[in-house]
Design a protein around this ligand. Structure first.
Ligand code: F6P
Length: 326
């Protein structure tokens, strides 16, 4: 194990997620508690490339645990995808004597770390910060609970108008590659059908689901659609259903609303636990790992495994979603 870092950089990267601020706070406070110097890198990998960072102190993270977004800003850096960009980032870290980094982000952020390994030999620990919940090595990612709550609040409201007008609504939630948000919000919102990337959707089967519901006395229907489902974006799904059934479904895209807002308790506690744990593991000399939580226990997974293994949808949830939709 490497000799442990004394000065660490923390940053957020990729899509923001509610609870990222709670994670930054946990890293900064616990880092200082354990005697480390902590630097906040602004705009993720862009900040490393452009030398944009600030020294953090206990008060830098006051009054942020309840806030959505990220005080360190975030970006999806295209320059970091180039060798030259990653070289520039490594030069900055060396110049600043930063010998450990804690990256808070999703799949793209962790993939960036894997590439960065070839350019920089300091310690790297990741925290799973994404609304998508699609990282292997943790039961939940920071931001997922709040995003699902936001989605079901929207679904509940749409159900009122669907019921009043006796209509079919297709509601698109985020998730280009994973259906975790769709599945949980669909179950919690009582959806008649849930379309997710992990299961190929047959348009006729989807149509049968809600047409059967009407035969059994239902007068309205909600279909939750993950962005990345096999029929395509929600307008495409609506067109396909119209061709098959003649029904004009209303389309709602919840979109980026899901990324904002004050984090729920689950996201705040998860972020706080994992932030402190990541710092403790940094001090222990751990490297190339993601800090996650499995069955309530903090755990480390290699970044390689976190990125290259597919986290599976719970088949029992899929089963109950269709049982309860009859
Ligand atoms: O990865 C988080 C996420 O919100 C996905 O669910 C979504 O597909 C994507 O980001 C949207 O990214 P952007 O805000 O860059 O369009």
């Amino acid at each position: 194990m490497a000799s442990a870092a004394k000065k660490i950089g923390v940053f957020t990267s990729g899509g923001d997620a509610p609870g990222m601020n709670a994670a930054i706070r946990a890293v900064v406070r616990s880092g200082i508690y354990y005697g480390l110097e902590v630097v906040g890198i602004i705009r993720g990998y862009e900040g490393m490339i452009n030398g944009n960072a600030q020294v953090m102190n206990l008060r830098s993270v006051s009054n942020i645990i309840q806030k959505g977004g990220t005080i360190l800003k975030t970006s999806r850096s295209t320059e970091f995808m180039t060798t030259e960009g990653r070289d520039k980032a490594a030069i900055f870290l060396k110049k600043e004597n930063i010998d450990g980094i804690i990256a808070i982000g999703g799949n793209g952020t962790l993939t960036g770390l894997l590439e960065f390994r070839k350019h920089w030999d300091g310690q790297m620990i990741a925290l799973p910060g994404t609304i998508d919940n699609d990282l292997y090595g943790t039961d939940y990612t920071i931001g997922f609970f709040t995003a699902v709550q936001t989605a079901i609040e929207a679904i509940d409201k749409i159900r009122d108008t669907a019921d009043a007008h006796e209509r079919v609504f297709l509601i698109e939630v985020m998730g280009r590659h994973a259906g975790f948000i769709a599945l949980d919000s669909g179950i919690a919102g009582g959806a008649e059908s849930i379309l997710i990337p992990e299961v190929d959707t047959e348009v006729n089967r989807c149509a049968t689901m809600f047409l059967d519901g009407f035969k059994k006395g239902k007068t309205s229907s909600i279909i939750v659609v993950a962005e990345g489902n096999s029929l395509g974006r929600v307008t495409n799904v609506a067109n396909r259903l119209k061709e098959t059934t003649g029904i004009d479904a209303k389309v709602v895209i919840i979109g980026h609303v899901q990324r904002g807002g004050s984090p729920m308790v689950g996201d705040r506690v998860l972020a706080s636990k994992l932030g402190v744990y990541a710092v403790e593991m940094m001090i222990e000399g751990q490297d190339n790992v993601m800090a996650g939580e499995i069955n309530g226990q903090c755990t480390l997974t290699s970044i390689d495994d976190a990125v290259n293994n597919r986290k599976l949808i719970d088949p029992f949830k899929l089963k109950i979603a269709s049982i309860l939709a009859i």
